[in-house]
Write a protein that binds this ligand. Sequence first.
Ligand SMILES: NC(=O)c1ccc[n+]([C@@H]2O[C@H](COP(=O)([O-])OP(=O)(O)OC[C@H]3O[C@@H](n4cnc5c(N)ncnc54)[C@H](OP(=O)(O)O)[C@@H]3O)[C@@H](O)[C@H]2O)c1
Length: 247
Amino acid sequence: MQRKTLILGATSAIAAEVAKLCAARGDQLYLVGRDPDKLHAVVAAAGDAVVGFESCDLNEFDLAEERVAKWLAELGGLDRALIAHGYLGDQERSERDMVYVQQVIGTNFISAVSLLMPLANFLESQGHGHLGAITSVAGERGRPRNYTYGAAKGGLTCYLEGLRSRLYKKGVRVHNLKLGPVETPMSEGHPQNALWGEKRRVAAGIVRAMERRWHTAYLPRTWGLVMAIVRLLPEGVFQRFGFLAGR
Ligand SMILES: NC(=O)c1ccc[n+]([C@@H]2O[C@H](COP(=O)([O-])OP(=O)(O)OC[C@H]3O[C@@H](n4cnc5c(N)ncnc54)[C@H](OP(=O)(O)O)[C@@H]3O)[C@@H](O)[C@H]2O)c1
């Protein structure tokens, strides 16, 4: 039977690769993204697998419930949903401009919650399915260079954990796809190193993690080890090493 897969933030460089992989394995896809031109390109690349698509701003939180109902009706049900959109933003601006803070936290946290809520309720009543959301290693320890974004992704991590526990006995799996830096438009211009991920490999990791029912997947996988060490570092040590805590 063909799986019915909903991808939110489908115009993200990583989500577009996930869409291609899901199309290749025979899923029926519903794709949602903000930029209509980018969305048309993603829809075209996924070909006949696409059952429907919609271009919209996912920060219109009040419309999320109604939109989810419409997308699931057009898809004819739901087996898997992936929430992929995000916004790194300008950290220094977020230290002065509260309207901007709401945009960063709204996109990375409240928007995801506004979508997870109706999706989780649907899957709970159905009694099976997978919900995945992309978070970040930036959500594990606050750093001056991205702590507004990191706080939103850390909040989302906690939300996913609670949702996973709530739905665990209801047959619904909740996946936290926790990414290290990946070469995409979001990270353009950032200095790279050997720990950076490649979008196609990361996308394959996301599909695999949901397939294998991993509750949390660090991608690239090396970041699981890196963050295990970073989490254990005492605060004093963390602050002393500028490359760990610094801008
Ligand atoms: N790249 C990294 O280094 C990295 C590291 C850790 C986590 N992540 C996470 O990975 C996910 C995918 O990002 P990416 O790396 O693929 O970057 P990307 O290509 O820049 O994708 C970000 C996507 O989010 C969408 N988006 C932002 N605000 C939106 C809104 N209000 N409504 C609808 N869509 C919105 C953007 O849409 P538009 O096309 O309309 O702008 C864009 O498609 C994000 O959740 C990001 O936080 C990325």
